[in-house]
Design a protein around this ligand. Sequence first.
Ligand code: DGJ
Length: 703
Amino acid sequence: MAVKYDDKKKIWVLETKSTAYSFGIHPSGKIKNTYWGKRISRFEDYPAFEGYFESPWWDWNDEYPVRGGANQTEPCLQVVYEDEVRDVQLNYKSFEATEQSLTIHLEDEHYQLLVSLHYQIFENEDLITKYVTLENCSYSDIHVENFKTGSFYLQPTDDYFLTHLTGMWAHETKIVKEPICDGKKVFESRVGRTSHFHNPFFAIDEKATEDTGNVWFGLLAWSSNWKTVVHKLPYENIQICTGLNEWDFNYALKQGEKLASPSVLFAFTDCGFGDMSRRLHDYERNYILPKQNAQKVRKVLYNSWEATAFNVTEENQRILADKAADIGVEIFVVDDGWFGQRSSDKAGLGDWVVNEQKFPNGLESLIEYVNSKGMDFGLWVEPEMVNPDSDLYRNHSNWILHFPNRPRTESRNQLILNLAREDVKEFVYNTVDGLLSRYNIRFIKWDMNRPIFEAGWPFEGNQRKMWMDYVTNFYDIWQRLKEKHPKVIMESCAGGGGRIDLGIMRYADQFWTSDNTDPYDRQFIQEGFSLCYVPKTMMCWVTDWAGKDTYPLQYRFHAAMMGSLGIGSDLSKYTEEELEETKKWIAFYKRIRETVQNGSLYRLISPREKPFTVNQYISNDKNEVVLFCLKNPEPLSMFKVLKVRLKGLDEHMVYEIQGSGKSYSGSYLMNRGLDVDFMQKHTVKVEKGNHFDSRVFVLKKRK
Ligand code: DGJ
């Protein structure tokens, strides 16, 4: 398990527990990929270039394909040199390796552009990362027009399928699986955030299931414009190219300047999608999430947005805080509407001072009250944005991204501050730092409610570098805030789940998954989210979004307990009985959350395949199992005793089902399976043909 170099064959092999990734110096002098797949048990068997299929017409399998020469695959790099030469010619220069990392240096000798490919292996999590740096060692600018991170190749077979996450606002991260056809399939964001439409994840499989089959997968760590192209080449070869989107991209790399690409995480498994997800979840918990909170459980949160919307006042928040504290909430969050002249989405955005009519005693008074009830206080901000009707805009209209002589789209009545500017970056940092320094705030929900269009930066020479600088400044702000306020939990939100990715996960402790909190829709959104992202970062609220009677409260809780639990309902409208039930479920969640948030997820039944969602979580010490079973209304599903075969248990041990007096061997539970009876003890309200029901089981391993 390490980085190895075979001097005879001139190949490097990156090996993790089960993955191998290999490339070498082709007789032509180019670095070409030779293998990506299951680790091969005998090192000398790794293929090099003997018998390597050469196309008489074009270059392929380049480890870092460029626009230049006879390459017709998707290029990772396109530049324009000073003399308008647009072809790149990279030669291998040298390499540096440690046990766990490898850097390959390539150079365009004539133009002194240095390209370095950086790889790192994560043995336990069984994954590899790669990023690329460019360095301009020449005396003139080099214009970078396309700069992707990775190009991956799969050998021809007939049976490849592509899985990706697609969607829209309120329906993010929907899993789509489709055959790979001739031509190119493109996923991208070009709106300055990760996107609701696609997530920068790909998986290619050969008829894999949750537990079986080959899956090659990758995940890009970037919160702005990105692009992935899945390209079926002639001779059935598959290329997957991923990285920054070249759309509207142009970065003038100055003499001596370096530019780093986002990193891509990739690996292979022959144990299906479940294994893929568990590895990603472990990696995110161990390496990506901010250290201070990575292993800690997320607290139960209440957010008043769905109860009071923009109409927040100290008075109505106190009423909600009373109820929230009574039912066991741990963080009380005031969402949009607390600042400036913000009584709708039409005004006030950008004026981050407390609205005195709504909070005549300042925010301190509410915070103290919330703290006196034993809860932390949290606040919503959207500091990248501005309403034209705001003092910020009146004072700094030149801070806005726009093209002169062109109309500006005012999506949700707001415009976008040009975060690529140093003065705007400092304003945004100081705004949030000021709030965190002044008030006892322990949680920030950072929103970005509109996409970036009309990305003009008037009077700036190299305007298109805005796309790069915006997001690097955005990361820089979050990093500084995290360093200065390490105890504050940060949530990334973008009108729901528009900014969910590994790039921001380095600073964000959690994500707002979707504005859609309908517990049925959520099962699809959450399943897609869990494919790549660890459930503890997936905020799930119980709300009355679909009306109180559409779904039983128990069902709503069970759907939301499969990630980190929040409550968004208008608690002031809850009956005593409903509040009691809510309290009971929150207390229950607190007992199981260590297993849900820090354990391993097994998706047993998908709502895409059956009228059920069944998810199993096993604690790290393997002593506790939590099993969620949700039944959805399909013909006859209400007359069902569902047999659920558990996974990942110790077959020789006995597991006690809490509260039932029953116990079974691991072997029984994994082979014969547990009967989940939806025919008896109906908790459902059988109305309008709806038959939503749910069960949750906690199993403890007998000592
Ligand atoms: C969009 C978010 O997704 C919502 O949860 C809420 O915070 C609103 N913005 C507030 O404007």
